[in-house]
Design a binder for this molecule. Structure first.
Ligand SMILES: Cc1cc2nc3c(=O)[nH]c(=O)nc-3n(C[C@H](O)[C@H](O)[C@H](O)COP(=O)(O)OP(=O)(O)OC[C@H]3O[C@@H](n4cnc5c(N)ncnc54)[C@H](O)[C@@H]3O)c2cc1C
Length: 542
């Protein structure tokens, strides 16, 4: 969209040349005309992938237009085309219209200045786009933990599926009968080829949807456990520097960051980046360099001379000289009456983005006062009619970044209940109410969804005792292995351990799971990359 007709013509030509085979390019010479087109396209139920708009125009400015376009097509990528002098407008656009990128005029040559950015954004859009349905159908029960885990797994791995809640759904009942399944066998997955998987779980489904679960090689230089930012960075550097690298991850790559709605403070992404996009890109990058990914969980590790064996959930083992531990942290459980029975049936850990749509127009509760809780509250505010944040402290100031606090204050359907704790969760089969203790004393509120963000614990229960940890379970490495100036007796090497090396030579640790780590995407990425340098030094000793 541009009011200067010659510029508009030139952009449209460039776009058609590059993208015309796959996308339809539509044009408008004013904000109002563009909004009219979007409304028509919406009526025809057609998807919009990307909106590219000039900033300075009579009538609606580009930022005003993109802000309104976002209401019609929230998932379309929004790009502002500005003159150099418009940086102010670009920043405003990032804040108010949540644009994904701003490009400067002139964009010549487009091969360098326009296409790389737009192609990246279109890839992101495509990854999240669910075309008219053809493929997997999941029939389940909204209030079932297995169903929740299955949908989370499919969504995070970008496997398109349609979910049918069995409750009062004739189509779901009909499909079950057709496939000779009964409601005791839920969740069930129905494949397009007519086959079905009753009692479906992620492990059984992984291979059926084309995810690799078995290693192709007998032996690797480096096994990376966990594909969060730390593990992915190690995979990119390791594979690009010639190490035969295997990455083990039961979920979609991206780690905790993959579940957060938007990371705003990662260097180089002025409009923020979703964890899922970051994970998907890093996964693609590492795979391009030859890293192999297995959809598996590590369940044990043993050391035999210079070989390190990691045991997988299906009982197989993989072997390598170096292991990098990057399993991050897992959410701490809410220790209140009712929480165990209702987990997955109204109580969820992590952002559980997959549940957001089920909470449409409902009231949602979020426990916690740190950044992760703030991001989740903002995310749910787009779906739920009201989001209540339950915060133990007197304010958010001490625990949350200022930019999030400001945004929460600007969001009219988020309420922050300070000095308030959840003391019990109640419900028959699914969450129905919460007992709260706040400034007005104990009281009960009706609630169907509670999302919990009350800190996290290291994911290390599967590690052997020879990998030393601190009293909270975080893995010790490098200089932190020394206690009162002495190395542990188990350390038999004549050299000092490398910076990120654990108490077992050749086993390194990076990211949130390391004792003393900074819990940030950038630091996890940094540690994952540095660990590879030490892996090289270790391997040079063979
Ligand atoms: C809601 C939320 C919002 C956040 N927002 C920001 C932000 O805006 N900016 C920022 O810098 N940081 C943010 N963080 C922190 C950031 O996400 C973490 O610091 C970062 O993800 C740590 O990376 P990691 O690779 O160490 O671990 P993780 O991201 O935790 O990744 C670990 C991976 O290991 C896998 N794994 C676990 N156990 C096993 C096993 N046994 N076998 C195989 N794989 C396993 C997990 O499935 C996971 O994918 C946020 C965190 C949360 C929870």
């Amino acid at each position: 969209m541009d009011d200067d007709v010659s510029v508009l013509e030139a952009v449209v030509q460039d776009l058609r040349r590059q993208y015309g085979a796959e996308y339809r390019v539509m044009r408008a010479a004013s904000g109002q005309a563009a909004l009219d087109i979007l409304a028509q396209v919406k009526t025809r139920q057609e998807p919009v992938a990307l909106i590219l708009s000039d900033q300075r125009m009579p009538g609606l400015t580009g930022v005003d237009f993109l802000e309104r376009a976002r209401e019609i097509y929230p998932d379309a990528r929004r790009v502002l085309l500005t003159a150099y002098a418009d940086t102010e407008a670009a920043i405003r656009a990032i804040n108010s219209a949540r644009i994904h990128y701003y490009l400067n005029k002139p964009w010549d040559p487009p091969e360098e200045k326009l296409y790389p950015v737009l192609t990246d954004l279109l890839d992101d859009w495509k990854a999240g786009y669910r075309p008219a349905f053809e493929g997997l159908r999941v029939i389940g029960n909204r209030w079932s933990l297995q169903d929740h885990m299955l949908r989370t797994f499919l969504s995070r791995n970008h496997v398109p599926y349609r979910w049918l809640d069995i409750a009062g759904n004739e189509e779901a009942e009909k499909l079950l009968t057709e496939r000779q399944l009964n409601p005791d066998q839920l969740p069930a997955v129905l494949f397009a080829d007519g086959t079905s998987l009753p009692h479906a779980d992620p492990d059984a489904l992984a291979a059926r949807v084309g995810l690799r679960t078995q290693a192709t090689q007998e032996f690797y230089d480096m096994t990376v456990v966990g594909a969060g930012p730390a593990g992915l960075a190690a995979a990119v550097y390791g594979a690009s520097e010639g190490l035969k690298t295997l990455v083990i991850e039961p979920d979609a790559p991206g780690g905790q960051a993959g579940s957060t709605s938007r990371i705003e403070n990662y260097l180089g992404f002025p409009s923020g980046v979703t964890g899922a996009d970051l994970g998907r890109r890093a996964h693609m990058q590492a795979s391009r360099f030859g890293a192999e990914f297995l959809t598996q969980r590590a369940t044990g590790m043993r050391i035999d001379g210079q070989y390190r064996f990691v045991r997988l959930a299906d009982g197989r083992e993989v072997s390598s000289h170096v292991v990098l531990l990057a399993p991050g942290v897992q959410y701490r459980k809410l220790e209140i009456p009712g929480s165990d029975q209702l987990t997955g049936c109204g109580i969820y850990y992590g952002a559980a983005l997959v549940e957001a749509a089920s909470c449409k127009d409902e009231e949602v509760y979020v426990v916690g006062g740190a950044n992760s809780a703030g991001q989740a509250a903002l995310h749910f505010s787009k779906f739920a009619c009201k989001v209540t944040m339950l915060v133990r402290g007197g304010s958010l100031g001490a625990t949350m970044s200022k930019y999030l606090i400001d945004e929460i204050e600007r969001t009219s359907n988020i309420v922050v209940a300070t000095k308030t704790q959840v003391i019990a969760a109640e419900g028959n089969g699914h969450l129905q109410s919460l007992r709260l203790n706040g400034p007005e004393g104990e009281h009960r509120v009706t609630a169907t969804s509670l999302f919990v963000f009350i800190g996290a614990e290291p994911g290390v229960a599967w590690l052997p005792p020879s990998i030393l940890r601190d009293e909270k379970g975080f893995v010790l490495a490098g200089p932190d292995l020394r206690r009162e100036g002495k190395m542990p007796e188990s350390w038999r090497e004549t050299r000092e351990p490398f910076l990120l090396e654990t108490s077992v030579p050749g086993v390194f640790v990076a990211g949130d799971v390391r004792h003393g780590s900074v819990k940030r995407v950038a630091s996890a990425v940094g540690e994952g990359s540095i660990a590879v340098q030490f892996a090289h030094q270790y391997l040079a000793g063979f």
